[in-house]
Design a protein around this ligand. Structure first.
Ligand code: ADP
Length: 191
C-alpha cells in the first residue's frame, strides 16, 4: 500500500494535489476537513459542536479526530491501494496515534509537506472564499488558521523528519509543477 500524508498550510493545495494523486495512483482520498463539513451539514449535535470550532479557525479535539480515523481504517475495502491523509495528522498527538493505528495494521505512510509562501496562501484563500461558501475562508479566520498551522501543525513535520519519512514539496508554482514533484517521489517510493 502507498499511504501518503499531505501536510501544508491552509490553501497550500492539498485538495488539488489529492485529486491528481487519486487520478494517477487510484488511492483513497480521506480529507478530514470534508468529513467534518459533512458532519456539520447533517445537522447533528456533533456537527453543531464542530461548526463552532471550525468557523473560528481552531482545531477539533484530537480524540474526536483519532476516532474518526480509526473508524475509517476499520472500514477500509480489501482492495484499497493506499490512502491520502489530507488534513490529518494536524497535531503531534494525532501523529503519534496514527503511527500506532498504522503499525497495528502493518501499514506505513510517508509525509509530503507542501511549502507555500504566506502571501500566496492568503491570496489563494481569499479568492477561494468568493466561491467556496466556506465559513472559514474569510480574512480573520484565515489568519487564525495560519497561526494554528505554525504553532500546532508544523511540529508534526519535524516529527516525520526525525523518522526519515519526510519529503518537502515546493507548492508556490503551478498545480502541474507541484504534481510533477509529488509524482517523482511517489514513483520512487512505490518501487
Ligand atoms: P484547510 O487545510 O484549508 O484549513 P481543511 O478542510 O483541511 O482546510 O480543514 C478545515 C478545518 O477543519 C480546520 O481549520 C480545522 O478546524 C478542522 N480540521 C480538519 N482536520 C483536522 C484535524 N486533523 N484535527 C483537528 N481539526 C481538523
Amino acid at each position: 500500500m502507498l499511504n501518503v500524508i499531505l501536510c501544508g498550510a491552509p490553501g497550500s493545495g492539498k485538495g488539488t494535489q489529492s485529486e491528481f494523486i487519486v487520478k494517477k495512483y487510484g488511492l483513497n482520498h480521506l480529507s478530514t476537513g470534508d468529513a467534518l463539513r459533512a458532519e456539520i451539514k447533517s445537522g447533528s449535535a456533533l456537527g453543531k459542536e464542530i461548526d463552532a470550532i471550525i468557523s473560528k479557525g481552531n482545531l477539533v479535539p484530537d480524540q474526536k479526530m483519532i476516532d474518526l480515523i480509526e473508524h475509517y481504517l476499520d472500514n477500509l475495502q480489501k482492495d484499497c491501494k493506499g490512502i491520502i491523509f489530507d488534513g490529518f495528522p494536524r497535531t503531534v498527538e494525532q501523529a503519534k496515534a496514527l503511527g500506532i493505528l498504522l503499525e497495528k495494521r502493518n501499514m506505513k505512510a510517508i509525509m509530503l509537506d507542501m511549502l507555500v509562501e504566506e502571501e500566496e496562501i492568503i491570496t489563494r484563500l481569499l479568492n477561494r472564499g468568493k466561491t467556496s461558501g466556506r465559513a472559514d475562508d474569510n480574512y480573520e479566520t484565515i489568519k487564525q488558521r495560519i497561526k494554528v498551522f505554525h504553532e500546532v501543525t508544523h511540529p508534526v513535520c519535524d516529527y516525520y523528519m526525525l523518522q526519515h519519512n519526510y519529503f518537502a514539496i515546493n507548492g508556490n508554482n503551478s498545480m502541474e509543477d507541484t504534481f510533477a514533484q509529488i509524482d517523482t517521489i511517489l514513483q520512487l517510493v512505490s518501487k
